[in-house]
Design a protein. Sequence first.
Length: 257
Amino acid sequence: MKKLIRNLIGVTSALVIAATINVTHVDTAKAADKEVFTYAMTGLYPPFSFRQSGDLSGFDMEVGQALAEEMGMQPNPVANPWQTLIAALKSDRFDAIIGSMAITEERLKQVNFTDPYYSSGAQVFVSTDNDEITEVEDIRGKTIGVLVSSSFAKAAREYSDNITTYTDDVTALRDLTVGGRVDAVITDQLIGENAILNAGLEVKPLGDPIYVDDIGIAVNKGNEALLEKLNQALAAIKANGKYAQISEKYFGRNIAE
């Protein structure tokens, strides 16, 4: 009797193991249906990328999602610190950077960029109650806040040696309202506008943008196949209205126009 019970237990265990193997095999097969497209952003750049209930969200995340679907791939957005984005891309930790990265000559030495997916200006912002700084020239010699390792840092050094760096723009803009921290912030025009509208920050743009950047998707040099696929997918989502739909959601307008 004991031998019979042992045999039954053995058969049952074998069936459980077999069933587990079969389930695992099916799940793996389903996951392998589509090639995964992994793309990175900081997750600290609202409304382009931010965390919502723990998940990455924002304009860049949704553009990447739309591009992946257009390419027939499975989207996999990941977060990475801004200052190490290019280094991590070159180390093959992800396939591309969709992180509102400006196309610059310096960056083009390290990576390739797609066609621009939007353009925006380097805008100076000051506190709404700042009556001393009334035009861009007034920021010379002042303390200027910028995002660390951003293209705005170079622009800021044209006006002052007193530079304070931040890991996210909202914190920099918020510091404008705290006396004595920074006198002005140079950041993306759209970021500042969004902070004023949605974060309730008492800051204001100063004059016209210093310059306008074209923003592209970065891929590793030599990965021409992915670069071509992304450019084709980008043109497609602009043509079929998906891009405009995403842009309207976050900015109330099509920022590609």
